[in-house]
Design a protein around this ligand. Structure first.
Ligand SMILES: *Cc1c(COP(=O)(O)O)cnc(C)c1O
Length: 478
């Protein structure tokens, strides 16, 4: 049976466009996207936002009346696409890039058009099986064997939150025990770990930042000494948080050793592999990440090292029952959806309704298989090695040999305060805009960092960065 025909002159039906109207909309969006991708080479990786803050709300404002898609797209380009960072650019080497592969955007498009309810098996067995397949693929990739579980999240922060909540729940850290419970991390731990601890009410537990070695990895001997001391004075060590690719320098903590210590003292072992995890697709990565499979929980960000657009993280827990026990709830109105022997994503997560996230990851992996992802990641490792060597050739100090694809470096010149000098270099690169790098603080000194991770970053971008660094050094070193 057909309902009333959509009719653009009648306001009631405007949200249900006709096929012709859909095509007009789609063609414009598609042509905008093509233009964007076609001109990426000449687009900046970073634009200063020059708009006065008073302008901010003019066109952004929602009005009673409709506006044309042409106007909307022109505004979108000027005020959104052409401001700030351009994470789609191969010149983006700041923070941790990702890129955003096109086929993933198409997956999102299909997900939104079909609007499957991906939270509950009963509502969309297909969407849930797709998510399960992705969790299974990722778990096997890091070396988990049967019995693990996981969830597709919006990103690494929520994934960390879920993992840490699971650890807290499993280790039964009740309110009365919080002040005696100890978490072990380092100054290289991502701030989302601290945020997660705060959200789950553990910011008042004892948080020990264990010293680092010269490669910015946790010092295992310092950790052991600290744990023994804590046990002796009656505290309860309950969580070790390790990096598998820290944000600052990409360092990987000694995972096997940390797992041994955690087993010996009955401590939950969490590995933050938000950035580094998918390097398991490379031989070098597999070697360096050895021991990741021993973790009680691991998080990864497909929107980083799998080049997906923002909005996709993964939490994995070695024993799915721990994840479920920490999240499961039931309600009378959900009775139809309860199933035996089948967890739904909603049983394993704080979310009930959620974006059908699986498709944006599943479609590219199905279309291309996993080998191009390995190839691109290998290319990033090679480029990193190249940058690491060339930086030293042109007189920059590198802080440590990269474990993965982040190089931390700074310039040190006589007659200059190091922080002032490196801030000048950062400003110069950002003003130029073709390459974007970011900075951090290491050994209390301002340090520049290049994170080579976008699938669009190739030799050309690295050469351009080196050229700019050489040029500014000449200008400053007189
Ligand atoms: C990016 C990152 C996070 C946070 O992930 P989001 O996806 O930005 O929420 C956590 N840990 C590490 C090591 C990261 O690089």
């Amino acid at each position: 049976m057909k309902g009333p025909k959509p009719n653009s002159t009648n306001n009631i039906f405007e949200l249900e466009e006709s096929a012709t109207e859909r095509k007009v909309l789609f063609d414009k969006i598609q042509s905008f996207s093509e233009d964007f991708i076609d001109t990426l080479d000449t687009q900046k990786a970073f634009h200063y936002d020059t708009h006065a803050s008073t302008e901010r709300d003019s066109f952004f404002k929602i009005n009673r009346d409709k506006e044309s898609l042409d106007d909307i797209l022109a505004f979108f380009k000027e005020r959104v696409v052409d401001t700030g960072l351009n994470p789609a650019s191969g010149g983006h080497l700041g923070y941790i890039p990702g890129g955003g592969i096109y086929s993933s955007a198409l997956g999102d498009y299909l997900a939104a058009v079909t609007n499957r309810y991906a939270g509950v098996f009963y509502a969309s067995p297909g969407a849930v099986r797709m998510e399960d397949a992705l969790i299974n693929w990722t778990g096997k990739l890091i070396g988990y064997s049967d019995g693990f579980g996981g969830n597709l999240t919006s990103g690494g922060s929520i994934a960390n939150l879920m993992a840490l909540h699971t650890a807290k729940h499993h280790k039964n850290i009740t309110i009365s025990q919080v002040s005696k419970s100890v978490v072990y991390c380092t100054s290289q731990s991502h701030h989302s770990i601290y945020k997660a601890l705060k959200i789950i009410g553990l910011n008042t537990c004892i948080i020990r930042e264990i010293p680092l070695d010269s490669h910015f990895r946790i010092s295992v001997s310092a950790l052991e000494t600290q744990i023994k001391h804590d046990v002796q004075i009656g505290l309860k060590p309950f969580l070790i948080v390790a990096n598998a690719g820290s944000t600052d320098v990409g360092s990987i903590d000694p995972l096997e050793k940390l797992s041994n210590i955690s087993k010996k003292h009955n401590i939950w072992f969490h590995v933050d592999a938000a950035y580094g995890g998918f390097f398991m697709l490379t031989d070098i990565g597999k070697e360096k990440l050895k021991g990741i499979e021993l973790a009680d929980s691991v998080i990864l960000d497909p929107h980083k090292s799998l080049f997906m657009p923002y909005g996709l993280g993964i939490v994995l827990v070695k024993n799915i029952n721990h994840l479920a026990a920490a999240h499961a709830y039931s309600a009378n109105y959900m009775r139809d959806a309860e199933m035996e022997n089948q967890y739904s994503p909603a049983d394993l997560s704080p979310e009930l309704s959620k974006h059908f996230r699986g498709l944006r990851m599943w479609l590219p992996l199905k279309l291309y298989g996993q080998s191009p992802f390995s190839d691109y990641l290998n290319e990033k490792l090679q480029l990193t090695n190249y940058l690491y060597k060339e930086l030293q050739t042109i007189g920059y100090k590198v802080l440590c040999e990269p474990d993965l694809s982040v190089v931390a470096f700074r310039l040190e010149l006589k007659n200059y305060d190091s922080d002032v000098l490196n801030k000048m270099i950062l400003d110069y690169i950002q003003q130029d805009g073709r390459i974007f790098i970011s900075s951090t603080l290491l050994d209390d000194k301002m340090t520049l960092r290049a994170a080579i991770l976008s699938f669009r970053t190739h030799k050309k971008e690295i050469e351009l960065l080196l050229y700019l660094l050489k040029k500014i050094k000449h200008q400053l070193d007189i």
